[in-house]
Design a protein around this ligand. Structure first.
Ligand code: ADP
Ligand code: MG
Ligand code: ZN
Length: 497
């Protein structure tokens, strides 16, 4: 029985050095499955997207999906990998009800892509994560345990299997062990998965949604004392949010530190992360490769990607997210901190499009990061679902630049656009929103404000210009915010000098 107590994170990190390693599965967004022509759409009725090949019926023969191979090579290239000139699929043999063939067609010692790297930024520092391999395999089906309270197999009265997902192309991206990140190991793990997701998204090969399982992470963690060899790793399975990636490393560091301090050994095992407690619990003790009886898949021809084709794919890669971020940060003149806020708000694309539609960087950022972010948060939608387009924001800003609107009026125009009343210019017209620039009308409002506030007027006359604020306020109120505050102030000072 364990006598270990769990130390604080700070204590754990003071005594031990962590090593992390990440295995990430990405479901590709191909139209058809990896080895058959079945559809891959999400949410269809159970077992309606299956055929003899993906059900593993006797005699059915697989054919590899070229689009999936291409997507995998592009991922490998984006991660600076070497692309194999010849490689094979392998059978990974094991029994599990969600895998109808009783083996998974995967890759073993001949992955499609090897030896790459991905740079990630953590607190203004660059950490290079080395990539061991990127290989292609197929997804399994899904089990559903019913009749119990929890949806788990324990307590269930029956289990159902849906093979729609079985055979969907799956790319596995495995990092080399990452030592040397110290207390930042949890953040580095998160930053890596975040960056990887961005890279894959930019390639347009998967929707990489962790909540829906099209991107899934296994997080390996080990600890050693300074100067000692790396410790035994545990593998936390299917961590399905970025936050959980970070938390699972952190909690595993604390748990392992407690055991090691008590003189116990770490078992090489898989563990499960629980969102509610933020802790991991033991899964199964780890199989070794020999348990899987890997052997080359005899029903599929080897893959031999043409060198010229690979070079073309490389030349056609899009600008990678980190490069793009750097470029935009410089072009927009933002500090690290401001750029980080823009990224956090997921506002890069909309700001870029607003600028492309004619707005200045500062103005584009101001609207999306201020007023529009606030409203998006309030109604709990993303910026792109808010109901105003980058073109409309640029149009709005053009009205401000032309002196037709001030910010206050612009916000009322936004109300109208979001209420579906049309484009900014239409809304401004229909609602009668425009700065009152007619000096006659303004002078009248100013005189009325002065007459209504004789004491204040006296102070301003006596040289206390700060008191003019009250009069400005009164004029703004009388003109329903449609006056330009600067001209009002000027007028007031003129009348009272
Ligand atoms: P498996 O399929 O058995 O989990 P993989 O080779 O696919 O093995 O992945 C192992 C992962 O664990 C890799 O990301 C690797 O970098 C990482 N890893 C290996 N040794 C350690 C260690 N001592 N500490 C932390 N991570 C490790
Ligand atoms: Mg693995
Ligand atoms: Zn099929």
């Amino acid at each position: 029985m364990t006598t270990a107590t769990t130390p604080s994170y700070e204590d754990a990190i003071a005594r031990f050095q962590p090593v992390i390693g990440l295995e990430t599965h990405v479901e590709l967004g191909t139209r058809t499955k990896m080895f058959c022509g079945c559809a891959t759409g999400f949410g269809a009725d159970p077992n309606t997207q299956v055929c003899p090949v993906c059900l593993g019926l006797p005699g059915a023969l697989p054919v590899a999906n070229e689009a999936a191979i291409e997507a995998t090579i592009r991922i490998g290239l984006a991660l600076n990998c070497r692309i194999a000139t010849w490689c094979r699929f392998a059978r990974k043999n094991y029994f599990y009800p969600d895998m109808p063939k009783n083996f998974q067609t995967s890759q073993y010692d001949e992955p499609l892509c090897e030896d790459g790297w991905l740079d990630v930024d953590v607190d203004g520092e660059t950490v290079r994560i080395e990539i061991e391999r990127v290989h292609l395999e197929e997804d399994t089906g899904k089990s559903l345990h019913v009749g119990g309270a929890t949806g788990r197999i324990q307590g269930a009265t029956e289990s159902l299997v849906d093979y729609n997902r079985a055979g969907i192309p799956l790319v596995e991206i495995v990092t080399k062990p990452v030592p040397g990140t110290g207390a930042k190991a949890p953040e580095v793990a998160r930053a890596y998965v975040t960056e990887l997701r961005e890279v894959i998204r930019s390639l347009n090969v998967s929707d990489v949604r962790m909540e829906q399982g099209s991107m899934r992470c296994d997080v390996n963690t080990s600890l050693n004392r300074p100067g000692e060899e790396w410790g035994t790793r545990t593998e936390t399975k299917n961590v399905n949010s970025l936050r959980s990636v970070e938390r699972s490393v952190r909690s595993e560091i604390q748990r392992q530190a407690g055991l090691l301090e008590a003189g116990e050994r770490i078992l090489q095992e898989t563990r499960h992360f629980h969102e509610d407690t933020g802790k991991t619990t033991a899964g199964r003790s780890k199989e070794t490769a020999t348990d899987y009886r890997y052997f080359p898949e005899p029903d599929l021809t080897p893959m031999a990607p043409d060198v010229e084709w690979v070079a073309e794919l490389k030349a056609a890669l899009p600008e990678l997210p980190r490069v793009r971020r750097r470029r935009l940060q410089e072009a927009w003149g933002l500090s690290e901190h401001d750029m980080a806020s823009v990224l956090n708000a997921d506002a890069v694309d909309v700001i870029e499009e607003t600028i492309r539609a004619g707005a200045k960087p500062d103005a584009a950022r101001k609207w999306w990061m201020g007023e529009l972010s606030r409203r998006a948060n309030e109604s709990e939608v993303g910026l792109t679902d808010l109901g105003i387009t980058p073109q409309q924001v640029a149009e709005l800003q053009a009205l401000v630049d032309a002196g037709t609107l001030n910010d206050k009026l612009a916000r009322q125009v936004i109300d109208g656009v979001l209420a579906g009343e049309g484009a900014p210019e239409e809304v401004a017209k229909a609602r009668g929103l425009a700065i009152v620039s007619d000096t006659g009308a303004l002078t009248k409002a100013v005189d009325e404000a002065i007459a209504a506030n004789p004491d204040v007027a006296e102070k301003v006359r006596g040289g206390t210009h700060a008191a003019a604020g009250v009069l400005i306020g009164a004029v703004m109120k009388a003109t329903k915010g449609q006056a330009d505050a600067k001209s009002v102030r000027q007028l007031i000072l003129e009348r009272l000098s």
